[in-house]
Write a protein of this length. Sequence first.
Length: 244
Amino acid sequence: MQVLLTFVLISSTFFLNLHSSAQPSVTPTVVNVFCAGDMTGSVTLQVTGAGPFTFLWNNGVTVQNLVHKFAGTYTVTVTDANNAKDSVSQVISEPLPLAINGIITPVTCRNLSTGAIDITVTGGTKTADYVYSWSTLDGSGVTPLNQDQIGLTDGTYSLVVKDDHLCTLDTNFVVTEPDKISFAGSTVTSFTFPPGSLLRRWRKDLDERGEDARGLAHPWNDRLRLLESCQRCVYRCDPCSDHG
């Protein structure tokens, strides 16, 4: 405490006046930024002492309280009516930015629902868990409020994540499926037997006699069915052949 002594001479009598110039007392209250990069921080000052007071912040502001501020360090100097000063610094913090990482499992065979998306979210502020909201325009199998997704068809899936302060982040994931099976060589689509061959004549005879004749127990019928099923046999060597 600084004491100022003032001597006043009145009719040869000295009077001693004591003036106290104690520093003002400053107590800050901070509200941190809710979402990374936002201007939602604030510093509120409670000041006691010999008012009125003046305020000067390190960003040039001369009001008592700061509102709508980014994360950072803010310092204020408070001056009272006796020109006594006090300075305090306060940090406004912010959470880490929300981030979404997804591992995609493609559909194993065309037209199946075996795709999956495994999600990991970091950043933001959460006491229990984030809130998930899934949607799709061209896929199927979504469970909208689940973190991870299974049983998906091919398509584009959109995810919105929210934290405790309703900070949001959205992203898209594309689940793919294999291309349709194709063969590098020639694909058997019909059979032509050599002119005059017994199988050629047998097939012609069956065509004339109708479908009932094809069901007859005869070795040539067995050979004919084997040849005509050859394309299907080759096609089904691939585990995805039954699904396009």
